[in-house]
Design a protein around this ligand. Structure first.
Ligand SMILES: [Fe+2]
Ligand SMILES: [Fe+2]
Length: 184
């Protein structure tokens, strides 16, 4: 445990307590992994890396139990008394601007927004492939994005907007994410 942050183990237990769906837990862990990797690539301190990972892990904490209040329930009621820092709460809030009125501004907020929908979409692509993420090509992810019927629930404009927010070409963002998930 670093400084005043709840430990990773504590956060994993919290996730298990609130989420029964294996798929949703896996999604949360994927986003945590992506956030951790991006924080590392930006030379963040250990504490910051932990915060980025934690924001990724807990961003959908209340989705299963409180779908109508997501993510407000988590950021206003569940997480604050447990000692999660404000920047983690703000990032979770900003991953759903249409529900919270908070748009992604700080770095951790922008990266969480950028990783969330893309991770979900790429997981759908991986599930269609016999080898999962291994050998996945950026071009096939982009092709699937154009197929409106594929993973129709994932808003393509949020994926595009995410890449813009972190000032990356979408191609580079996808390639970075493949690199993470291929090796995990
Ligand atoms: Fe969400
Ligand atoms: Fe999510």
């Amino acid at each position: 445990m670093i400084a005043d942050m709840p430990s990773r183990e504590f956060s994993i237990n919290l996730l298990d307590e609130y989420i029964e769906s294996e798929n949703l837990r896996d999604h949360c862990k994927m986003v945590a992994k992506a956030m951790e990797a991006y924080a590392g690539s930006l030379d963040k301190t250990d504490l910051e890396v932990d915060k980025w990972w934690t924001a990724g892990l807990l961003h959908d904490l209340d989705w299963e139990k409180f779908p109508d209040e997501h993510p407000n329930r988590a950021v206003n009621h569940i997480l604050p008394p447990l000692g999660y820092p404000a920047d983690v709460l703000h990032a979770i809030k900003a991953h759903a601007p249409e529900r919270t009125g908070k748009s992604p501004e700080s770095e951790i907020e922008r990266y969480l927004f950028a990783c969330d929908e893309l991770a979900g979409f790429m997981n759908a692509v991986a599930l269609m492939r016999p080898t999962g993420f291994s050998g996945m090509k950026v071009s096939s992810v982009r092709k699937k994005m154009k197929d409106k019927r594929f993973a129709a629930n994932v808003p393509r404009e949020d994926i595009e907007k995410g890449a813009e927010l972190i000032e990356k070409e979408l191609t580079d963002h996808i390639a970075f994410m493949i690199g993470i998930f291929e090796n995990s």
